[in-house]
Ligand binder design. Structure first.
Ligand code: WTA
Length: 653
């Protein structure tokens, strides 16, 4: 625990919580106390949601069987809450500010333009047969059309499944098949750091194996590549302008599925985490407002990708539901130089900036100069998400980027939680570098003993270490794993009944502040990307040269965690640099470039127990150069593999 003394936030009062910590504590209590909570959520939902039909009950069900439901009986339309309801007062306000890959090529779209664009896309989808309830897979780059495609789906009541445009054809195909999408939206190409990614080509490769896909809607990013078209393709640049700029907004039930997003877990293939309309939208909108103290004149820049949950909640739905100006950033932080973010802050007068610790650490390595040469006086709030932030990076972000004048929001949450579950509130919560501080409204964290599942006793002045569970459903707690509620129960709700299990380790400190210590399951968090060790291993063993593989995360200065794979090669195969390169390529093409292993280490034998289970604990310690803390190795079937392993890792590092 790096620092226990809180840093008081310099921004002054929180707009919506002017009474500071005391008011937060009152509101928090109101949000979870059974006698007041319905009223709390009733008031909040009235602020953010235009109900088409009022709901009958605020919440029902719970984590015991995973039947938790919010605003039951209500009907709404998410695109209408994000667009239509702002038109009377904000038609000309910039809704989406697009910063293209090449600096200087930004574009502003007003609320009216996004409304019209969304309606036209929705009408084009309908024209080609897409109907309420059909899944639409969206495999698109960071361009305004992508946000409009998502909003168009919500307009006509089609759940979307956005697949990050860095995934390969195989991963895309698996996700199309799992969600049974008949409709796919893509673009000709994507641009990132001057590179061109041939999205249409990848989509074709995926869709060729998906006989259920009826249409591929192709949006134009550059038009410069002569991509071959098929009968199933729809040229959106030709069709969309012909569509009417009004489309009826379907009345959707609060609990109908709004979207799925595939995410990695400990075992098996990625699962489609399902969120429903009302609870998700409310929580995305509320957290955007409170966690970032959002104001009407803010320029809000979340520089994540819409292909991840951060982009769903904090590029598209949260900011737009609040009527804010949201930035979509197409490029990478180091293109054309490591001052790109700050140049963008200066150009667009960005006031809220939200990124991942891995990007902060990568930029820190270039020193202060690329930051300081740009005017950052518009910045008020700096957010981080995706992994624990080390206090050194926190301080650099606070002192250098924010000139010690901005609040830092270290927001802890997950794809499954839909929005922030723990975060300091600017101007309200005294911050501690590296801690996600206190729970958001409606969220009840519990630190449990991993073995017994009992809550670890805590009182002021004491510390509690364990694993993190959340006690009661909050509005955007994911509802199920698409098509596999049993897996949902097994992964999240059956482990520490009757709580939701996050998969993260956690410490509650002397002041009651929470510190996330990282995943305790077989999920890696590398550069803020979640990757299941099982996914990497299955890509490796699919190669004939690999007999067995074990993947673990190890500390990495920039990425947080690096990916280290230990390999037992097939008999008769000898290791060579070419083979290792080929194996890295196998993982890249099975999952995507972001999953490329940092270290591939062929070993004579993996450390296994007598029953054949790989002892990952030993592999982790060796990769982290903590071989003095191996613990008990006497249960190994063959302890002599350990010194060989250590020698091999030293050589590889
Ligand atoms: C980690 C991203 C520490 C955590 C929104 C979680 C964090 C996983 C933080 C979810 C944070 C996210 N501090 N750890 N502020 N934010 N994590 O689903 O391990 O891509 O379980 O969602 O990221 O990753 P996911």
């Amino acid at each position: 625990m790096a620092e226990l003394k809180p840093v008081y936030d310099p921004i002054g009062q929180h707009h919506a919580i002017p009474g500071g910590l005391k008011q937060y504590e009152e509101m928090y209590k109101e949000s979870i106390d059974p006698s007041t909570r319905d009223e709390f959520w009733r008031k909040q939902s009235a602020q953010f949601i235009d109900w088409i039909r009022p709901y009958d009950r605020v919440s029902t069900g719970g984590f015991a069987v995973g039947d938790h439901a919010w605003f039951v009986g209500g009907q709404l339309n998410v695109s209408a809450c994000c667009l239509d309801r702002h038109l009377a007062t904000k038609a000309d306000k910039t809704a989406i500010l697009w910063e293209a890959d090449e600096p200087g090529q930004s574009k502003k779209l007003s609320y009216l333009e996004v409304f019209h664009g969304t309606c036209r896309v929705a009408n084009a989808l309908k024209l080609h047969g897409c109907r309420k309830g059909d899944f639409v897979t969206i495999y698109m780059p960071m361009m305004p059309d992508t946000a409009m495609a998502m909003l168009a789906c919500t307009r006509i009541g089609c759940p979307h499944s956005v697949v990050f445009a860095g995934f390969t054809a195989t991963s895309l195909k698996d996700r199309i098949v799992d969600s049974q999408s008949k409709w796919v939206c893509t673009a000709d190409v994507g641009k990132r750091g001057s590179k061109t990614i041939k999205l249409k080509e990848i989509t074709d490769a995926a869709v060729n194996d998906c006989p259920n896909v009826e249409r591929v809607f192709v949006f134009k990013r550059t038009g410069e590549h002569g991509v071959p078209y098929h009968a199933r393709d729809v040229h959106m640049d030709l069709v969309v302008p012909k569509m009417r700029p009004y489309c009826h907004a379907e009345a959707m039930g609060s609990e109908e599925t709004m979207f799925t997003l595939y995410t990695s877990g400990s075992t098996g293939k990625p699962k489609g985490v399902a969120h429903s309309y009302a609870g998700y939208l409310l929580f995305a909108a509320m957290t955007t407002k409170y966690s970032f103290d959002l104001r009407d004149d803010d320029v809000f820049a979340c520089v994540a990708d819409v292909g991840w949950i951060t982009g769903h909640s904090y590029i598209v739905y949260g900011p737009l539901c609040n009527g804010a100006t949201t930035v979509m950033f197409e490029s990478v932080p180091t293109y054309p130089d490591p001052g790109r973010y700050w140049q963008m802050v200066a150009t667009h007068k960005i006031s809220v900036f939200y990124t991942a610790p891995t990007a902060i650490r990568a930029l820190m390595a270039y020193g202060d100069e690329p930051v300081k040469k740009h005017d950052r006086s518009s910045l008020r709030i700096l957010g981080t998400v995706g992994e624990p932030i080390n206090p050194e990076a926190w301080r650099w972000y606070f002192q250098v980027v924010g000139d010690s004048k901005c609040a830092i929001a270290d927001t802890y949450w997950q794809t499954e939680t839909g929005g922030h579950v723990m975060t300091p509130l600017p101007g309200v919560t005294p911050m501690k570098p590296g801690s996600c501080c206190l729970p958001f409204f409606g969220v009840e964290p519990k630190v449990l003993d991993a073995q017994s599942g009992q809550e670890v006793a805590w009182s002021k002045g004491q510390r509690a270490d364990g694993v993190l569970a959340l006690a009661k459903p909050w509005p955007s707690a994911c509802r199920t794993v698409w098509g596999d509620h049993e897996r949902y129960m097994a992964t999240y709700l059956d482990c520490y009944k009757p709580y939701y299990f996050t998969g993260d380790g956690c410490t509650k400190d002397e002041d009651g502040y929470y510190w996330i210590t990282g995943r305790v399951d077989d999920v890696l968090n590398t550069s803020g990307h979640r990757i299941g060790t099982a996914e990497v291993e299955s890509a490796l063993v699919a190669h004939p040269a690999v007999a067995q593989a074990a993947t673990i995360g190890y500390p990495h200065d920039i990425k947080g965690q690096g990916i280290c794979c230990y390999l037992e090669l097939t008999k008769g195969i000898t290791e060579s640099p070419e083979l290792l390169k080929e194996l890295k390529g196998a993982v890249r093409s099975a999952i995507g470039p972001f999953a490329t292993p940092d270290l591939l280490i062929p070993v004579a034998g993996l450390p296994k127990t007598r029953s054949g289970k790989i002892m990952r604990r030993i592999l982790r310690k060796v990769a982290a150069a903590e071989e003095d803390q191996l613990g008990d190795v006497t249960t190994l079937a063959d302890p002599s593999v350990v010194p060989l392993l250590i020698a091999k890792v030293k050589q590889a590092q």
